[in-house]
Structures are given as C-alpha cells and as structure tokens.
Design a binder for this molecule. Sequence first.
Ligand SMILES: NC(=O)c1ccc[n+]([C@@H]2O[C@H](COP(=O)([O-])OP(=O)(O)OC[C@H]3O[C@@H](n4cnc5c(N)ncnc54)[C@H](OP(=O)(O)O)[C@@H]3O)[C@@H](O)[C@H]2O)c1
Length: 257
Amino acid sequence: MKIDGKVVLITGASEGIGAACAAEFARLGARLSLTARSAGGLARAGGDSALITPGDLTDEAIRHLVMARTIERFGAVDILINNAGVGVYGPSWAAPMEQTRRMMELNYFALLGMLQVAVPHMRARRSGTIVNVGSIGGKVTLPWMTLYSSTKFAVGSLTEGLRMELRGSGVHAMLVCPGYVTTGFQKNVLAGAAPPLVVRARRFAITAEECARAIRRGVERDARTVMAPWSGWLMVALRRLLPGLVEARMAEMSETP
Ligand SMILES: NC(=O)c1ccc[n+]([C@@H]2O[C@H](COP(=O)([O-])OP(=O)(O)OC[C@H]3O[C@@H](n4cnc5c(N)ncnc54)[C@H](OP(=O)(O)O)[C@@H]3O)[C@@H](O)[C@H]2O)c1
C-alpha cells in the first residue's frame, strides 16, 4: 500500500516504536491518528497536525472512541498499527497473576479489540492494512519473559488466521516481529527486570527509527511478516534446526546471579 495521503492509526504512539512510526509515516505524507495514555507523549510524537486521543486501550470505550474520532476527522482508517504493548520479566511459575493478566489484556485483547473495530470499516471499503506488532519472542520463546512471549505467540497466530480470513477482501494483515529495540520497554514493564546478560545484549539492538522504517517498508510491499532486524530469521531457523543448543544458550542468558 502506498503511504502518501493515507490515514494511519497508531496505538502506543507516545514513545518508542509507535512514536518512531508516527514520524516515519508522517515523513511520507500520511495523516496520523495517535493513541496511548500519555497526552504529552502523543503531542510530542504527533506535532501540530496529528489527531491525538489519550486513553487506556484496555478500555473498550476508548477503542471505540479512537476509531470514531479518526473517522470523524479523516473519513477513513487505511492502516491500523496495533503497537501498544508491555512486558513482564521473570519465571512463569513465580509470575504475579495480576500484572500477567494486565499484560495479556493489553498485548492480546486490546489489539484484538482494535482490529475488531477497524476491520468491518476496512472490509466495507475493500481496502486497508492491519499491522500487528508481535515480537521475535512470538517466534522463539524467550525464557526470561516466557509469559510475554506467550502473548506474542498469540498475536502471531491471530495475525496469520486473520490474513487468511480476509483473503480476497482487499484488507491485508501483517505481523511485525521486532528483535531487541532501544526503547523504554525495559523500564516500562509491569513486573520483574531483564537479567544482566539480556541487558548487555542491548549493544546489538536496533533503534526505534530503524524498526519503524522496516514496518513502513513492509506496509508498502504488503509483507506477511516483517522481522526487524532481518537477522531474527536466523534465530528462528536455528531454533528449528538445533533446538537443544538454542534452549541451553537461552536458559543461560536468563540466569540471574
Ligand atoms: N523494544 C523492544 O525490544 C521490543 C521487542 C519486540 C517487540 N516489541 C513490541 O513493540 C511494541 C512497542 O514497544 P516499545 O519498545 O516501543 O515500548 P515502549 O517504549 O514501552 O512503548 C509502549 C507504548 O505502549 C503504550 N501503552 C502502554 N500501556 C498502554 C495502555 N494500557 N493503553 C494504551 N497504551 C499503552 C505506551 O504509552 P503510555 O504509557 O503513554 O500509555 C507506549 O506508547 C510493543 O508491542 C512491544 O511488545 C518491543
């Protein structure tokens, strides 16, 4: 899909990958509708021209409000970037249930709720792209955040099924699997902390701007899956070919002294 003139609704746009997507899509002439809880962050990301709707996306009323305001202002939604997400670190067997449920509520149910308000509109127009931001952790389980990984596996499966459901409708569904991206994600988690070896791997991370560019290019070519960085596919292949070796290395990485 060409970006110029398109209406792009981005969730989790107050910082990180979502804010970088706002800059990247605006640069190519998109009209933006941005949402997250922080009004200040949204105003910084959107500048003068974006429509901003602050609110908690786990609230169904907010999801409907964002969609209604976007249609009212721009007349349509061409691209939904379902990006808002949060993490929980630590072993699954000791994870706090309340924070785990809140993570699932945002990473999976809010994302599902957003696409449920956008898809009927897009189907009626026979045009649109749904971009669901998953994770490399939704392809290869990360044992230092097993429960976060499971939310992202759910997002991956949902996106794949949605794409098949929508075949021939003019609406496309794309999955994004970021690897390590330098954002506030680690400090924004709902529980736990990244183990030292994972924190140290930050030197291999890509920037939010690089991730946003990969997402934009994926939308332009109607990609099925965008891995950012591309080298994430090597990890996926290695996990398939040498599962024992990869599991041992990953388990080592999740150790805390
Ligand atoms: N960074 C990485 O290494 C990485 C890797 C793989 C996948 N991802 C995925 O990429 C996406 C973006 O992450 P990021 O790295 O950019 O993290 P981030 O910097 O922490 O940004 C998360 C965004 O989600 C919003 N958000 C959080 N809770 C919300 C809620 N209840 N309602 C509405 N918005 C909410 C935040 O805004 P407010 O606080 O203002 O609400 C913020 O804009 C997430 O889905 C994440 O899982 C990140």
